[in-house]
Design a protein around this ligand. Structure first.
Ligand code: C5P
Length: 205
């Protein structure tokens, strides 16, 4: 069984994907990390994320980079969003994601284009959403817990900018697959969102 979990930043898709993988005993791939690795590498090399050639060359990142906690930073997320608009980058990362999806026992992948491009044949597709306000609030609390400063307004603005870029890019934009089940987590706790996701998967024929 392939489970595709797509949605915007801070919608809860990562938490849901991890929990589904644990619950159903499937391997999980956070595909955002791959784009973050490319973005990070471009930043390290002093490259311009808007130059496709630089970004493509940077796709050859070492696997160990995926363990680097720097990948989770807001700055790297911004770089990831900028490199991810380049078709050459998406193409370079396609095969790795496709192989992961096709493992014999199945897999859970989360990202932006899993149900539309990487695994359109997925048995279950979830499109996880939440209001900008709810997502900004979550990000704000996360950052406070880490002792990092940013106002709610700044975070909401950054989320809007990233959503806009992800939704309007020409290649593999963030869009729900026609056969995806929408799950709005705005007013759900993480436990409630996970329980709802499990229910959706179990109800699939
Ligand atoms: O999900 P995460 O915030 O880690 O993703 C970082 C960026 O990588 C996103 O803003 C998006 O631009 C890009 N991305 C993508 N396709 C995916 C996963 C992530 O374009 N499948």
């Amino acid at each position: 069984m392939i489970i595709a979990v797509d949605g915007p930043t801070a919608s809860g898709k990562g938490t849901i994907a991890r929990a589904l993988a644990a619950h159903f005993g499937l391997p999980h791939l956070d595909t955002g990390l791959l784009y973050r690795a490319v973005g990070y590498q471009v930043g390290l090399d002093g490259g311009n994320p808007d130059e496709a050639a630089d970004a493509l060359a940077a796709c050859a990142f070492p696997d160990a980079l995926l363990e680097n906690s720097e990948l989770r930073s807001e700055a790297t997320g911004g770089l990831a969003s900028r490199v991810s608009i380049h078709p050459a980058v998406r193409q370079a990362l396609y095969e790795r994601q496709r192989q992961f999806a096709l493992q014999p026992g199945g897999a859970v992948l989360d990202g932006r284009d899993i149900g539309t491009v990487i695994a359109p044949e997925a048995e279950v597709k979830l499109f996880v959403t939440a209001s900008v306000e709810a997502r900004a609030e979550r990000r704000f609390r996360e950052m406070q817990a880490q002792g990092r400063a940013a106002t709610l307004a700044e975070i909401a603005e950054d989320l809007r900018r990233r959503d806009e870029r992800d939704r309007t890019r020409a290649t593999a934009p963030l869009v729900a697959a026609l056969d995806a089940v929408q799950l709005d987590t705005s007013s759900l706790s993480p436990d409630q969102a996970v329980a709802e996701a499990i229910r959706i998967v179990e109800q699939k024929p």
